[in-house]
Design a protein around this ligand. Structure first.
Ligand SMILES: [Zn+2]
Length: 134
C-alpha cells in the first residue's frame, strides 16, 4: 500500500534519497533531514498508513520492537545521555516514530508547546470525556 503523494512512500521506493540506517521487509529507518539533535531517526512501516491508529497491530509491534533496538544503537553511536521516542503524526501523514538522541544539557526539556488548563474543573472535565470513551 503506497500513496503517490507521500514523501515517505517515495523514500521507501527509493524515488527520493535518504540516509537509510536500517531496512527489512516491513520497515525502514533513516535520518530525519531536520534533526532535533544529530542522529535523529525516523522509523516507518513500508506500507502507507496515515496514523498509528490505522496501522495494523502486527506492524506496530514490529515498528516499536525495532525502535527499541535502534534506541540502544543510537545512544551508543551518538554518545547521548538517553534517546526519546515520540510519535507526533502531524508533519507527514505516514505513520512514523521519531528517535531522538538527547543530552541532559541540550536545552530541549521544554520543547513541547504547552497549553495550561484554565481550571481544575476544566481538567477534570477533559479527563472524564476521555474515560467515557475507554
Ligand atoms: Zn506513505
Amino acid at each position: 500500500m503506497t500513496d503517490p503523494n507521500c514523501i515517505f512512500c517515495k523514500i521507501v521506493s527509493k524515488a527520493i534519497p535518504a540516509e537509510i540506517i536500517y531496512e527489512d521487509n516491513d520497515l525502514i529507518s533513516f535520518l530525519d533531514i531536520n534533526p532535533v539533535n544529530h542522529g535523529h531517526l525516523l522509523v516507518i512501516p513500508k506500507d502507507h498508513h496515515p496514523l498509528l491508529t490505522e496501522t495494523p497491530d502486527e506492524l506496530l509491534t514490529k515498528v516499536f520492537l525495532r525502535a527499541k533496538s535502534l534506541m540502544k544503537s543510537l545512544k551508543e553511536a551518538t554518545d547521548s545521555d538517553f534517546v526519546v521516542l515520540t510519535v507526533v503524526g502531524t508533519d507527514v501523514p505516514h505513520f512514523h516514530v521519531h528517535l531522538i538522541p538527547r543530552f541532559y544539557e541540550d536545552g530541549l526539556a521544554g520543547f513541547w508547546p504547552a497549553k495550561k488548563y484554565e481550571s481544575e474543573k476544566q481538567m477534570k472535565s477533559v479527563a472524564e470525556k476521555i474515560r467515557k470513551t475507554i
